[in-house]
Design a binder for this molecule. Structure first.
Ligand SMILES: Nc1ncnc2c1ncn2[C@@H]1O[C@H](COP(=O)(O)OP(=O)(O)OP(=O)(O)O)[C@@H](O)[C@H]1O
Ligand SMILES: [Mg+2]
Length: 503
């Protein structure tokens, strides 16, 4: 281990009530680094931070601080302080006393160098002068000089959070943990505090471990971003690397706005997506399922027929420096940022530089159909296939009335006709039938792979919709099959705006 590593997490796992919320997480953090855990709610960010602070003990794995195992050390013995989202200041104390509170209770080894050069170590409380020095210095760092006598209840949210930060840094921690510290502030204050926190980090020179679910905040502030999902690290990297070279569709989607499309390799150097074929330099074998990612700022509009595909401009929003367009290519939408002004309703070609396309292997677990919708009989439509599904799963606690309207728990009535949803079909919910007429939709087998104990087979319909199934039996590539889905296992997720469908 290099000397510059301050904290090392080795295969950390944490379970609550049998559920794993942090899963075999390993990470090294350098001295003085600004590291951000980024991920959606519930992905285990706070739990990881609490293990570093000592408020939670991992079920598996170890935490090393400067090479020493601190996995089971109590919080107060760790040189770590935490700033929480809610400032939790003492309302009856003024700013000074809020910051001094912990210092007054603390017993410390105070080193004094005598005139003869001898060092004396005393185990005692800080005296008033020492506390004064520390508090005023902390106030300076958080830019609240002259605020020491203010009643904390008279401070703005941003000022209160600065007091909370001062209270954490007054102890000279080696590591400052910040759990969504700006979460309770309004947007303008957040932006201001982001820059100030960066500046504090620079002045203090200590390690900051920061938690947020806001990708922009992570990109602005961090030296290193750790992207998490379901307790598992997806990618670790510098902001620019994570933005430009996302490792999978999940990261790409989480960091910045992206167009993500299902693609299929047609063999090395050829890729099919958005209903068109692209010559690229990829090396995936034929029929490999891939994700293609195109950033809106990497796309340009040209004359119809001159781009990769043509699309119709469905909307245009002026964003200050550029316009943001949504173009419809068949049923898919493509977000494009362009400085030029184009007309809504007109057709344009969409083009990009070959270098700007990101192609990555799909991580399979289930079929996901992002362009599905509900018809007037509350059935799920995926291209030319129709399935009887339970639409009440779209709103928890809802039910259907006698006229097939969906009634929400608060009595709001919805007509789901044409409502856009994302549908997920597990691989195990699909079966193929050798008699092509005995299926809910027809397709032909394009791939069959032996996965050790079962086959993973892909059937494609005439509308280029793919159904991946885990099956016991296989079929020869090219065979026409009937595709059957156990509709009770289809999961629906809201995609369109439900309030547009209120009756
Ligand atoms: N003490 C606990 N007991 C049981 N479950 C817990 C406990 N603490 C956290 N969890 C669960 O562990 C999961 C991860 O929680 P955690 O607070 O780490 O997420 P997070 O990434 O910080 O989310 P958020 O962005 O909402 O703060 C959640 O499902 C949460 O409900
Ligand atoms: Mg949290």
């Amino acid at each position: 281990m290099g000397n510059d590593i301050i904290i090392q997490l080795n295969n950390l796992s944490k379970q609550f009530d049998g559920t794993t919320v942090v899963d075999n997480l390993s990470l090294s953090i350098k001295k003085g680094e600004f590291v951000t855990f980024l991920g959606p709610s519930g992905c285990g960010k706070t739990t990881t931070l609490r293990m570093i602070a000592g408020f939670e003990i991992p079920n598996q794995g170890t935490i090393l601080l400067n090479g020493a195992d601190i996995t089971k050390l109590p919080p107060y013995q760790r040189p770590v302080n935490t700033v929480f989202q809610r400032y939790a200041l003492f309302p009856h104390l003024d700013v000074y006393d809020n910051i001094a509170f912990g210092l007054r209770l603390k017993k410390v080894d105070v080193k004094t160098t005598l005139e003869n050069g001898k060092i004396v170590i005393e185990h005692r409380k800080y005296n008033a002068d020492e506390i004064d020095d520390k508090v005023l210095n902390a106030l300076k760092i958080v830019d609240l000089e002259d605020f020491e006598d203010r009643d904390v209840t008279t401070l703005s949210g941003g000022q209160q959070q600065r007091v909370a930060i001062a209270r954490a840094i007054v102890n000279n921690p080696e590591i400052l943990l910040l759990d969504e510290p700006l979460g309770a502030l309004d947007l303008k204050m957040r932006k201001e505090m982001q820059l100030e926190l960066k500046e504090m980090h620079r002045k203090l020179g200590i390690t900051f471990i920061y938690v947020t679910h806001d990708q922009e905040e992570a990109l602005t502030m961090s030296d290193t971003i750790v992207v998490m999902k379901d307790g598992v690290i997806q990618q670790i990297g510098k902001p620019a690397d994570i933005y430009n070279e996302p490792i999978n569709a999940y990261v790409a989607n989480f960091i910045g706005e992206s167009n993500i499309y299902n693609a299929t390799s047609l063999g090395p150097n050829k890729l099919r997506f958005l209903g068109a074929t692209l010559n690229t330099t990829h090396k995936y074998p034929a029929n490999e399922k891939l994700d293609v990612i195109l950033r809106p700022e990497d796309l340009y509009l040209v004359e119809p027929g001159l781009g990769f595909v043509d699309g119709i401009v469905a909307s245009r929003v002026f964003k200050g420096v550029h316009y943001e367009y949504i173009l419809m290519v068949g049923k898919s939408d493509v977000v494009v940022q362009d400085v030029h002004n184009y007309e809504v309703g007109h057709k344009y070609g969409i083009t990009f530089d070959a270098d700007d396309i990101h192609i990555m292997e799909k991580e399979f677990s289930e079929n996901e159909y992002e362009e599905a919708w509900i018809n007037d009989r509350n059935q799920l439509v995926i291209s030319d296939a129709v399935f009887d599904v339970d639409v009440t799963q779209l709103i928890a606690g809802s039910k259907l009335d006698d006229n097939n309207y969906l009634i929400g728990p608060k009595g709001i009535k919805y007509n789901l006709k044409d409502y856009e949803v994302t549908a997920e079909i597990p691989f195990t919910a699909i079966e193929f039938n050798g008699n092509a007429d005995d299926g809910q939709v027809r397709g032909h087998i394009i791939q069959s792979v032996w996965k050790g104990d079962h086959y993973q087979i892909i059937a494609r319909t005439s509308e280029e919709e793919d159904y991946v199934a885990d099956t016991e039996y296989t079929y020869e590539v090219g065979t026409e099959v009937g595709i059957n889905v156990d509709a009770s296992k289809i999961k629906l997720k809201v995609r369109g705006n439900l309030s547009d469908h209120e009756v």
